[in-house]
Design a protein around this ligand. Structure first.
Ligand code: GLY
Ligand code: MN
Ligand code: MN
Length: 353
């Protein structure tokens, strides 16, 4: 990972790279804690943090020079500035989308030219290594096992909040990281809320229950969705569910290396484009996933990216009918050399509890 970054710096004649996005810090250095930054120069690697994390950084990143910004520097940006000046840098890059205005104002007081760049490390991250795929696979297996457990708990009278917290608990008991993840578990008409927050609403007979959730394993995330019905599905619930299932299946079939992401979107709407349900679909039908939940490539009608071997991407078209309900099925797909493999494997058929 670091080799690619150094190559990028050399090719672009940049003397250093200040990394402030937490997932990029982890990706480049393997550090697992919080509130830390990297400053990579052609000659040396600096790990900038505060005394809460210096010991951990020393264990996890022995090849870095650990800088406590609360010492001489008094701010992270000032620590970067001192390093740049001491090593006589002509210029350095920073992540434009992960530096706030105050930090930028301080950084640009250096003698070196400061160059905003976006999405460089994110692009490296979109193609997963065998080790990253192993972690993602385990995160997905944990989410699948939690699904088997939570569907046994769904019954009339239990609140969405209680079920959502049990779902999170099951994943940790199954081996997930403990870092919180915004799990969605919503029911009834509330399932049309694309990112609804679990509430005190109780489960009722006939409700859809939509669970969109996942967990981390060694920092790598799973993200899956299943929608079930409590009791017997109505005719319309079954119709919408089956259309949704067809959308996911049609789209998944096109997820091969070399496929433009826009083609996956086009395949996803094939089943509904001439129906009254077209107006209720959402066009963001999937995203890369790894150390962060929403990564490149993003799949939708405006995508310009091409799927590549070892991308890991969710597929999650959905139909959301306001004041009626919604259905989403989401799986996490590994793009292989000549096809794809779903890392999540829970049943996609309609489950009536
Ligand atoms: N839970 C967020 C998503 O599915 O993208
Ligand atoms: Mn999701
Ligand atoms: Mn997702």
């Amino acid at each position: 990972m670091l080799t690619k970054l150094i190559e990028y710096l050399n090719e672009n004649k940049i003397d250093g790279f200040f990394i402030s996005r937490p997932q990029n810090v982890r990706y480049i250095s393997n550090y697992t804690g919080d509130d830390s930054y990297l400053f990579i120069t052609g000659k040396e690697k600096f790990f900038i943090t505060d005394p809460r994390y210096t010991e951990q950084a020393g264990y996890e990143c022995p090849e870095y020079t650990i800088v406590n910004w609360r010492g001489k520097a008094s701010s992270v940006a000032n620590a970067v500035k001192l390093i740049a000046e001491e090593s006589g840098m002509k210029n350095f890059a920073f992540e434009g989308d992960f530096v706030n205005y105050n930090m930028y104002a301080e950084l640009k007081q250096t003698n070196a030219e400061v160059i905003p760049v976006n999405g460089i490390i994110e692009k490296f991250r979109s193609v997963k290594s065998p080790g990253e795929i192993r972690n993602l696979r385990v995160a997905c297996e944990i989410a699948d096992r939690a699904f088997d457990r939570i569907i046994k708990d769904i019954r009339i009278g239990v609140t969405e909040k209680e079920l959502a917290s049990r779902l999170s608990h099951y994943m940790v008991m199954e081996g997930a990281d403990t870092k919180p993840y915004g799990n969605i578990l919503i029911s009834g008409k509330r399932t049309s809320l694309l990112h609804g927050i679990p509430s005190n609403k109780t489960i009722e007979y006939g409700d859809f229950v939509l669970m969109d959730y996942g967990c981390g394993f060694n920092g790598y995330l799973s993200d899956m969705t299943r929608t079930v019905v409590v009791g017997k599905a109505t005719e319309e619930q079954r119709k919408v569910y089956n259309l949704e299932k067809k959308m996911v299946e049609d789209a998944t079939k096109t997820m091969l290396p070399g496929t433009p992401a826009i083609k996956v979107y086009e395949a996803s709407i094939e089943a509904i484009k001439d129906t009254e349900y077209f107006q209720y679909h959402y066009s963001g039908i999937g995203h890369g996933i790894g150390l962060f939940v929403h990564e490149v490539p993003f799949m939708g009608p405006k995508s310009t990216e091409i799927l590549q071997e070892n991308n890991v991407i969710t597929i999650e078209p959905g139909i959301y009918i306001p004041n009626w309900g919604g259905v989403r099925i989401e799986d996490q797909i590994l793009i292989t050399k000549d096809g794809n493999e779903s890392l999540t494997s829970s049943c996609r058929d309609l489950i009536e509890l």
